[in-house]
Unconditional design. Structure first.
Length: 148
């Protein structure tokens, strides 16, 4: 399942969550908070990886425990395709478990949010990453074009 509004937008986010209701609610509130961003959604890690390969979004928000591919497995594969991708893990498990599991796969998430999540925490980190991605894209464009 993919949700995209206005394909002319320059920053995109892939949100992967196996609970369809949670996925729909969180993407709806994120889209309202960040209307300039394109959001893609998937209900498991396998579909998430496929969508990533098709759209190469800048930021990935993912659950950890999912069918087909776990969040760690999916993100490890994504990082091999696009190393600069920002990753946010949302998990019901404790942070040290996630960090331990991700380190075993040579993968570290950029940010981890534990459930139950506070929307303001999600807004803050997504907003921070959008700013970082926008600045990096602007710098790359300036270097490519020689314009400031």
């Amino acid at each position: 399942m993919a949700t995209a509004s206005n394909s002319n937008k320059t920053i995109s986010v892939l949100f992967v969550e196996d609970d369809g209701v949670i996925l729909e609610v969180l993407v709806s509130v994120l889209a309202a908070q960040f209307p300039e961003v394109v959001f893609y959604t998937a209900v498991n890690g396998g579909l998430g990886l496929d969508l990533f390969k098709e759209h190469t979004p800048d930021i990935v928000i993912t659950d950890i425990n999912m069918p087909v591919l776990s969040g760690v497995q999916m993100c490890t594969s994504i990082r091999a395709v696009k190393p600069g991708t920002k990753f946010i893990a949302i998990t019901g498990g404790p942070g040290p478990f996630v960090l331990h599991g991700s380190e075993e796969n040579n993968f570290i998430f950029d940010h981890i949010i534990e459930k139950p999540l506070a929307l303001q925490d999600l807004f803050t980190v997504v907003g921070q990453f959008i700013g970082e991605v926008a600045a990096a894209k602007k710098q790359a464009w300036q270097e490519e074009t020689g314009l400031r």
